[in-house]
Ligand binder design. Structure first.
Ligand code: AHR
Length: 643
């Protein structure tokens, strides 16, 4: 980030006025209302968004199902004169959902030389000072075992113990144990592991070994606080979940198995996630809904629509009927009274109150379906949902689809473009939209820096996981276009939302928010979205921009009269832009300016989380016509009070 003093100096000196450049806001009329749900979030399990991300569980492979051949992420712990051997054991299952447990056989051990097993977490176990962790596990032992188990968080080399407790009473039947681990005044580190050790020879079996730090709103099985704070700060009005591709799965049997994601975590087998790793399903349907509740955002539920990524699909008719039933049951779980089957199940899971659901998306990106069965699948699923839930708005995933004569209320259109492409297409964006509907949901979009490196290309893996200021410029011009068309574009959301930045953790770039085990940060694109979503009127004011590469938009708050102008300067040079506000006789002389500026390659990271962040300043002597000097490569929000 440029230091603030340099930025201020620059404002004083800037004078690159393109001949005839103008940005005019027409405040005499409104171009339509701004949807109150315009800014939201989209989420799925990708890039370790939940496991190793937002879902605060710290133990990787807690149920030993990640790898059928070996206990991935677990290792034996032994000292000079103690020994332990670990193995997957299908002959001692915890229950019928979790068919494999971990056998830990300790042949030599003493109090001074314990032995057992360690979990390396999701790229480390985060150790924070003076923090209370909640550990739980299921254990059983061979009949002769009498000793305690020691549960600890220790340094990677085992030399430093950060927190430790003992549990006793491990017997030959499976039993659940819970213990709290408290750290002292330690220096934060993620170079730590979680250990379970024995101080005498013996054999024990373990399953659902879990460790949680404090969570957002102290929810059990909850969410990571620092990431939640970043999300809440975006002021999202809705959450589109659970995908994306994740709702579909690679194969039909890998679709998001919402029923199997309910209840205690020991009843959740997890499933193969389409992004190359196994999902624990700790982040289940109820957790998604409570996540919405905690952000005061509305759920936008995507239901599986009978098509999966590798082309497997179910023909409309009898073949699709069970999927239709699944979708109806899922909606009942979300919205049903407790006297319905699935509403009662939700109450049993701990949430008697129904959730407010207004929109359901049928499938995801079904334009990829070579079998061309979406029209018939949509028709069958939407008919069933409308018959039971006439109030719900239904979202189709193909623009211009015929849908066998059915009409979607909303169509979901995705757009992943390079910054230069967004700059080009955003100027006249929306001029060809049919204003008669359906409404538009841009359910996935993001700018990447280089048209030659698409988000899904292997080459993208060589780049940082989160975008630079250059991409934020693309995001800015696109968001301005979305706001100018907010009469017909009712909702939009960036994708993907989350990325674990550790090598090997991601499948896509760019992503909005990055994190490792210890630190989370917002990218420049994150701050661009935050500036747009937190500063929004409720009616669109028409704008024209001429002879300038600056693009922008304006909205007004009808109640307060505040006019919010958003401008994006994609140029490497400053732009002095004459701004005219027509139809306003007087304006408060002080305006609030929020600026995100940087060199195109500037970015944020876990080590420099606040390199590019918005800066708020005050502008004086504002009039209905004034010139504003935009810094190079910048996004600027100007908040004016019309009188
Ligand atoms: O956001 C990443 C992926 O892009 C989504 O899962 C999918 O819907 C789209 O193709």
């Amino acid at each position: 980030m440029r230091p603030l003093f340099a930025f201020v100096t620059f404002l004083a000196a800037a004078s690159c006025l393109a001949a005839g450049a103008s940005f005019t806001v027409d405040a005499t009329r409104s171009a339509g209302p701004v949807s109150p749900k315009l800014y939201g979030l989209m989420t799925e399990e990708i890039n370790h968004s939940y496991d190793g991300g937002l879902y605060a569980e710290l133990i990787q492979n807690r149920a030993f199902l990640d790898d059928a051949k070996s206990p991935a992420h677990w290792s034996a712990v032994a000292q000079a004169s103690s020994t332990a051997d670990i193995a997957l054991d299908p002959s001692n299952p915890l229950n019928d959902k979790l068919p494999v447990s971990l056998r830990v056989s300790v042949t030599q051990a003493t109090k001074d030389q314990p032995a057992g097993v360690a979990n390396s977490g999701y790229w480390g176990i985060p150790v924070h000072p003076k923090t209370v962790y909640h550990a739980s596990l299921f254990a059983r032992a061979e009949a002769s075992f009498t000793g305690p188990l020691t549960i600890s968080i220790v340094s990677e080399d085992g030399g430093t113990v950060y927190a430790s407790e003992k549990i006793s009473g491990v017997v030959s039947e499976w039993k659940k144990f819970e213990v709290t681990l408290k750290t002292g005044n330690v220096v934060p580190t993620a170079q730590a592991r979680f250990e379970i050790t024995l101080d005498q020879p013996g054999t024990v079996w373990l399953n659902v070994v879990s460790l949680f730090p404090p969570t957002w709103n102290d929810r059990p099985n909850g969410l990571r606080k620092d990431i939640m704070q970043l999300l809440v700060d975006l002021n999202p009005k809705f959450l589109r979940f659970p995908g994306g591709n994740y709702v579909e799965g690679n194969k039909i049997e890998d679709r998001f198995p919402w029923q199997k994601t309910l209840g205690p975590i020991e009843d959740r087998p997890g499933h193969a996630c389409c992004w190359g790793y196994r999902s624990s399903d700790g982040m289940g349907l109820l957790e998604f809904l409570e996540w919405c509740e905690d952000m005061q955002a509305e759920p936008v539920l995507a239901v599986y629509a009978g098509y999966s990524l590798q082309g497997g699909h179910l023909k409309a008719g009898a073949e699709l009927a069970p999927i239709v039933e699944e979708a109806l049951n899922e909606i009942e779980y979300v919205t049903g009274d407790t006297n319905t089957t699935w509403g009662a199940r939700r109450a049993k899971d701990g949430h008697p109150a129904p959730f407010q659901l207004n929109c359901v998306e049928i499938g995801n990106e079904d334009f990829f379906d070579q079998s061309k069965t979406y029209d018939a699948r949509y028709a069958q699923i939407s008919d069933a949902i409308r018959a039971q839930y006439p109030r719900l708005k239904l979202i189709s995933t193909i623009a211009g689809a015929q849908l066998n004569g059915r009409k979607a209320d909303i169509v979901d259109q995705h757009d992943y473009s390079a910054t230069d492409e967004f700059i080009k297409k955003s100027r006249n964006y929306g001029s060809d939209f049919n204003r008669q509907g359906p409404e538009i949901f841009v359910g996935e979009w993001a700018a990447h820096e280089d048209a030659a490196v698409r988000p899904w290309d292997g080459a993208a893996h060589k780049l940082a996981p989160t975008p630079t200021m250059k991409a934020a410029i693309g995001d800015g011009v696109f968001m301005a276009a979305l706001e100018r068309n907010a009469d017909i574009i009712k909702m939009h959301c960036y994708a993907p939302l989350l990325v674990n930045v550790n090598p090997g953790a991601r499948q896509w770039r760019p992503n909005l928010i990055g994190y490792d085990a210890l630190t989370a940060y917002g990218s420049p694109s994150y701050y661009a979205i935050q500036m747009f979503s937190r500063n929004l009127g409720d009616e669109i004011l028409p704008v024209t921009f001429a002879n300038t590469s600056v693009q922008g938009c304006a909205t007004r708050n009808r109640r307060t009269g505040e006019i919010i102008i958003k401008l994006v300067n994609p140029e490497l040079r400053p732009e002095s832009l004459p701004i005219e506000i027509n139809g306003v006789t007087a304006i408060a002389s002080k305006a609030t300016i929020i600026t995100l500026a940087g060199n195109p390659e500037d970015t944020n990271s876990t080590s420099h989380p606040r390199n590019v962040v918005p800066v708020t300043t005050t502008l004086r002597d504002v009039k209905p016509g004034f010139t504003y000097a935009l810094p190079p490569t910048s996004i600027v929000v100007i908040k004016l009070q019309a009188r």
